[in-house]
Design a protein around this ligand. Structure first.
Ligand SMILES: [Zn+2]
Length: 174
């Protein structure tokens, strides 16, 4: 898996069928995060972005293949979170705000069970993600400033081939 940052991809306007393609911008094709080999085009996959207001956006996301280490890498735009139906904005909102606050803001669409599940996921992931971020900061000299944000932590972990998940909390395959 590779996470594309803002500026590295373009979201094409929804088609008549209602979905958008996420395509890499010129010069922004990622190499294999595991071995740094050039990736080759492979296939398109359907991904959804669920928002807290109840909106669900549909995308086509590219899978690319590494011919050296034989791994498939899904190119996820940074508004999606690996293995989650909810988009990054919704996840950030649920994880970093009080449950009551989120329920008040989205009374018709948010639910306590989902919010608590995301908080549990983040609490389970956080020590690992922060440890990876700290190790990468040491190895590659990232400044701590770059690693403060939720999306940045997720991105550096995924793009260094260190993404993992507590298996009992996984909801979607990639
Ligand atoms: Zn590779």
């Amino acid at each position: 898996m590779c996470i594309l940052y803002a500026g590295e991809y373009t979201t094409i306007q929804p088609s008549e069928e209602g979905f958008s393609y996420v395509i890499t911008n010129a010069g922004c094709d990622p190499d294999c995060p595991c071995c740094r080999e050039r990736l080759t085009a492979h296939d398109w996959n359907r991904r959804y972005e669920r928002c807290l207001d109840g909106t669900v956006n549909e995308y086509r996301i590219e899978d690319r293949y590494c011919q050296k280490c034989h791994k498939m890498h899904r190119l996820l735009p940074d508004f999606l979170v690996p293995h989650k139906h909810y988009g990054a904005e919704a996840v950030e909102e649920m994880v970093f705000n009080d449950t009551e606050q989120v329920l008040e803001k989205y009374p018709d669409t948010a639910n306590e069970f989902t919010i608590n599940r995301f908080k549990a996921w983040w609490n389970a992931m956080k020590p690992y993600l922060l440890a990876v971020a700290a190790s990468l900061a040491e190895t590659f000299g990232y400044t701590s400033q770059r690693l403060i944000g939720f999306r940045e932590i997720i991105r550096v972990t995924a793009n260094s081939c260190r993404w993992t998940f507590p298996t009992h909390l996984v909801s979607t395959p990639g």
